[in-house]
Design a protein around this ligand. Structure first.
Ligand code: AMP
Length: 115
């Protein structure tokens, strides 16, 4: 499995993306194949393949990813009606891009359980 993914290239500004937020630690951009009217991916700039690869040193970074999602949800006007945050981990979790990312999904009613 290559360590560099399309998300790594987006973070570096080497691949195109519709960026909605970027700072020294995280980057957020529109999913190329949206599963909901609002579908934003929030990624750490640092390459972590999966949630399994995060450790105690990443505690603040993981919190930052969630707070970034919360803020973008408010900015995009989906906070009050509601939204879903998803992290897929490894193959049975449905992960396809091996650079840790949060999905922020909103703008429609979500069902449970996920497929
Ligand atoms: P996951 O299955 O959790 O790994 O999610 C990967 C997500 O990345 C999917 O929702 C894809 O549609 C999305 N995706 C893949 N390539 C790109 C890209 N170049 N720009 C934006 N989103 C992408």
């Amino acid at each position: 499995m290559p360590t560099e993914t399309i998300f790594t290239r987006i973070v570096r500004g080497e691949a195109p993306a519709r960026i909605v937020y970027r700072d020294d630690e995280v980057t957020a951009f529109h999913d190329i194949s949206p599963a909901a009217p609002t579908h934003i991916l929030i990624v750490p700039n640092k390459t972590l393949r999966t949630l399994n690869d995060a450790g105690p040193d990443d505690q603040a970074l993981l919190g930052k990813l969630l707070l970034t999602a919360q803020r973008i949800a408010a900015e995009m006007g989906i906070a009050e009606q509601g939204y879903r945050i998803v992290i897929n981990c490894n193959s049975q979790g449905g992960q396809s891009v091996y650079h840790l990312h949060l999905h922020l999904l909103g703008g429609r009613h979500m069902t449970w359980p996920p497929g």
